[in-house]
Design a protein around this ligand. Sequence first.
Ligand code: ZN
Length: 139
Amino acid sequence: MKSYRKELWFQVPTRREFVHITPQVEECIRESGITNGLVLVNAMHITASVFINDNEYGLHHDYEKWLETLAPHAPIQQYRHNDTGEDNADAHLKRQIMGREVVVAITDGHLDFGTWERIFYGEFDGRRRKRVLVKIIGE
Ligand code: ZN
C-alpha cells in the first residue's frame, strides 16, 4: 500500500468564503501515483470546513444566508466563546454544521464522484493562513 500526504494552504481575504478545491485534490492524486484507494481531505482548523456539494454560485449564497441565520456573526456578545476576547464563536458553529472532512474513493486515478459532486473549502474566519490536509492511501 502506498501513502501520500500534502498540506494545501489558503489565505482568504474575507471573513467567509467557499473555495472550490477539486482541481487541487485531483492534482494531489496525480502526484501520489495512486490509482485505486481513498483520499481524505480535512480542514486543519476549527473555524473552517471541507465539504462536498454542487459548484453553483446560488447554492453558495444560500449556504451563507442559512449559516448566518443559524449562527449569526453579530452581535458578538451573544456568544460565551467570545468572552475570551475572540470574535469567532459563529465560525466554530458554522464549521460544525458544514463538517470537518470528506473521504472520496479513487478509481482508475480519478475521484469516483457522482455527477455534481465537487469538493469545497469553507472558510468562516479568514484573513489568515490556514491549512487543509490531503491524505491518500491505496495502490
Ligand atoms: Zn475561537
